[in-house]
Write a protein that binds this ligand. Structure first.
Ligand SMILES: NC(=O)c1ccc[n+]([C@@H]2O[C@H](COP(=O)([O-])OP(=O)(O)OC[C@H]3O[C@@H](n4cnc5c(N)ncnc54)[C@H](OP(=O)(O)O)[C@@H]3O)[C@@H](O)[C@H]2O)c1
Length: 289
């Protein structure tokens, strides 16, 4: 019988900690989101950040930029934000239009304001196990593992997806020599042969693929713990659309030992961790412990 690993309580606790810290220090951290395009999953995430930011005392401002924006104008906007001491965090909402050079844009963001931890300095710190920003989604997975006291040491964790945002940092974090690390990690991707062979080996399976309900019950091991990072919008006869993960939740529920829902799982925690990164950025820039 499966167990539902909800993210709601975890997010609530993290939001409460942020709010308490902000009130105690009487500070007003600020995040600016650069939003280009109209990706529905990205819109959902940003709207949530705005709402939650308001509740905990973090100003979340979204700059909606036209899809026609060119590289130098965008770099110019980042420059202004880098030099504005009232802005503590800068977030570049992806996906970006293909004509833009994403790596140059990411490099432009001041690493101390890079709350998504995309800058090579922050990525390097993560790989080298140095203190710094941790990308929100993998950090949310760690929060969940920690909250439900899921042992990772010596466990075989299979990650499906090798993106810079999720798969790669996730693997590095799980290899750390700490409480939520010490795992044996396998990363799979679209060129992996016989994907189901690998996913079936997993004590813990992390799906970050971007394909609705892609992981089926026959692809998982009995008693595996399934962590679904995916957020996919699909058509719904009643509501028009709804969100599902990368895992066939109802199909896998009984076979798995435990499974995260979508919505209400990792995505819920991600928002709280991202706002925590804004608070971390504020503290870093103002040399507060
Ligand atoms: N919950 C959250 O907070 C959060 C945050 C970020 C993203 N997400 C969601 O997580 C999912 C992944 O996001 P992402 O940004 O990491 O996506 P991405 O950059 O598109 O990466 C997807 C990964 O999945 C792999 N993949 C695609 N099809 C596959 C297949 N048939 N078999 C095996 N691997 C396959 C790709 O392999 P290749 O590298 O070979 O192409 C790639 O590594 C999406 O649903 C996204 O919406 C959620």
């Amino acid at each position: 019988m499966g167990r539902r690993l909800s993210g709601k309580k975890i997010a609530k606790e993290i939001f409460a900690r942020i709010k308490e810290d902000i009130e105690l220090k009487k500070i007003t951290p600020k995040l600016v989101i650069l939003f280009i395009g109209n990706d529905p999953a990205a819109e959902y995430y940003v709207q949530n950040l705005e709402k939650k930011g308001l509740k905990v005392g973090i100003i979340v401002e979204t700059l909606i930029l036209p899809e026609s924006i060119d590289q130098s104008s965008l770099l110019g906007k980042i420059d202004i934000l880098n030099n504005n001491s009232e802005v503590n965090g800068i977030m570049l909402q992806k996906p970006l239009p293909a004509k833009l050079d994403e790596s140059e844009i990411v490099m432009k963001i001041n690493p101390q304001k890079d709350v998504d931890a995309f800058h090579p300095i922050n990525m390097g710190n993560l790989v080298l196990d140095k203190e710094g920003f941790i990308p929100a989604t993998p950090a949310a997975v760690l929060e969940l593992l920690s909250y439900y006291e899921i042992e990772t040491s010596g466990k075989h964790i299979v990650i499906v997806g090798r993106s810079d945002i999720v798969g790669k940092p996730m693997a590095n974090l799980l290899l750390r020599k700490n409480k939520t690390g010490n795992a044996t990690v396998t990363i799979c991707h679209s060129r992996t042969k016989d994907l189901a062979y690998h996913t079936k080996q997993a004590d813990i399976l992390i799906a970050a693929i971007g394909k609705p309900q892609f992981i089926k019950p026959e692809m998982i091991n009995e008693n595996a713990i399934i962590i679904d990072v995916g957020v996919n919008q699909i058509e719904d006869a009643e509501k028009g659309y709804r969100y599902v993960g990368d895992v066939d939740y109802s199909g896998c529920f009984d076979k798995a030992a435990a499974i995260t829902p979508v919505p209400g799982g990792i995505g819920t925690i991600t928002t709280s961790v991202l706002l925590n990164n804004v608070l971390f950025a504020y503290n870093l820039q103002n040399k507060i412990d």
